[in-house]
Design a protein around this ligand. Structure first.
Ligand code: ADP
Ligand code: MG
Length: 332
């Protein structure tokens, strides 16, 4: 969730499909710090472009509502600046995504948590100036002290925090939510066959001229290479959290932007975590949780009906047995 223009390469790329009539329409917009790519098949260009315009506006609106960066005021920033104990009214939309986030936080044992804001701001991976070295251990300890669900409470009229170090950050879920909303807009505009890809987090509907969409999964260490591809048909989301887009190297060690709430340090068990499930909001939150949990998190996702694919820190690939979409590994 950033306003700064920093180009992000898509984790997942669309591989060449077969030809269709009329031609596919491809458009991209820069929203939420990432290149959002729309692919629409089976309709005339005018209709597709109008649908994309409305969907992109909706996604931009969501960024403005949820971002904790930039000068634009919103209720999430107001909460993060509130006096401990003061009640802050959150609009229904924020209240709803917070409730969903807290649910995933409980179910993931805190691997994903929406109250990680103080740590995210301290590490600064999403600030306009990218960080070049880690924060001090004492600052990490201080920020981490507020990263605990016991310091956030719902009241009859709103939400309150109990520590100045407890701050919301929807960075690991709002992009998925924006994809779901963007896709709902496309559908409402009469689009039935599309891919909405926000920097590798995507949702697909329909198919590609009667054939499944082919969705490539980026190799976390080989630029331009894929781990394989999914065959996707119907309404499904594929979301990946990776360590290869926002990171720096300091004294020979790599530091990336997904943090382990238990340590306050970058999670170090994974290099790429992909989740397949019906909606992008949950896929986004759970891909971040899985990245933190590593291979051990796979049974948890599987038991919740999600398909997942994990590349661990040594580059080994692991997957759930559950297969919602066929995956075809690349020949390495
Ligand atoms: P990406 O933004 O690359 O799609 P994620 O969906 O995993 O990746 O979101 C990462 C962002 O979420 C971070 O930039 C930070 O703002 C926030 N974050 C980092 N670690 C966690 C975590 N353990 N739980 C929840 N949010 C996190
Ligand atoms: Mg995420």
């Amino acid at each position: 969730m950033r306003r700064t223009i920093r180009f992000r390469f898509a984790l997942l790329i669309l591989l060449a499909g077969c030809s269709s009539q009329p031609q596919d329409i491809h458009e991209s917009r820069f929203i939420m710090g990432t290149l959002v790519q729309f692919t629409i098949s089976g309709v005339q260009q005018d209709k597709a472009l109008e649908a994309i315009r409305v969907a992109a506006d909706e996604m931009q609106r969501i960024e403005d509502v949820f971002t904790i960066y930039g000068a634009h005021a919103n209720t999430v920033k107001a909460f993060n600046a509130s006096e401990p104990g003061d009640i802050v009214m959150l609009p229904d939309e924020v209240d709803g995504l917070l409730a969903t986030s807290l649910d995933v936080a409980w179910k993931s044992g805190g691997a994903f948590t929406p109250v990680i804001g103080s740590l995210s701001l301290l590490w600064g991976f999403s600030l306009p100036e990218a960080p070049v070295k880690p924060p001090s251990a004492s600052n990490i300890t201080a920020a981490r002290s507020g990263v605990d669900l016991k310091y956030i409470e719902r009241t009859e009229t709103g939400w309150k925090r109990l520590s100045t170090q407890t701050m919301l950050d929807f960075g690991a879920i709002a992009k998925g939510y924006a994809i779901d909303r963007g896709m709902a807009v496309l559908r409402a505009q009469g689009i039935s066959n599309a891919i909405l890809d926000a920097g590798g987090d995507l949702r697909v509907i329909g198919d590609h001229a009667g054939q499944p969409w082919r969705i490539g999964l980026r190799h976390p260490r080989k630029e331009g290479a894929t781990l394989g591809w999914f065959e996707a048909r119907g309404d499904i989301s594929i979301v990946t959290s990776g360590d290869y887009e926002r990171f720096f190297t300091y004294q020979g060690r790599r530091y990336q932007h997904i943090l382990d709430p238990a340590t306050g340090m970058p999670a170090d068990r994974s290099s790429s975590a992909t989740v397949v499930t019906n909606n992008a909001t949950l896929a986004d939150a759970w891909s971040t949780a899985l990245f933190v949990l590593g291979e051990d998190g796979l049974p948890l996702l599987e038991s919740r009906g999600m398909q997942a694919l994990l590349v661990d820190a040594d580059g080994q690939m692991h997957a759930t047995k559950l297969t919602l979409l066929p995956f075809h590994p690349s020949v390495q």
